[in-house]
Design a protein. Sequence first.
Length: 119
Amino acid sequence: MELKINGAPIAAFPSKFTVTTLDLDDGDTTLRTADGALNRDRIAVKRQIDMEWGVLTWPQISALLKSIMNVYFSMYYPDPQIGTYTTKTFYAGNRPAPFAVDDGNQVLWSGLKVTLTEQ
């Protein structure tokens, strides 16, 4: 599998990679009727990508976080619905980065999680 952010290979390959297809509905015109039927007004279909990493060195985690620090960035990834690789524009949500250990020579980080949502 190949992953690129802004055209460059990702700094470290994730241990978990999940693509979710999201339906976005209009909050004002999507309603349930009295009998429970849904009158749906879908306005867009977007992708969300969840990634998680195991142990990362400080340079690796820094490179990953810097690659997604802009408000928007491009991501090249395999899309299960399209059936091929594609490039879409995403933004990053919260990016928790738990500290793992400082072994005296280097700081290691473990469990970085990132959620990317299509613009």
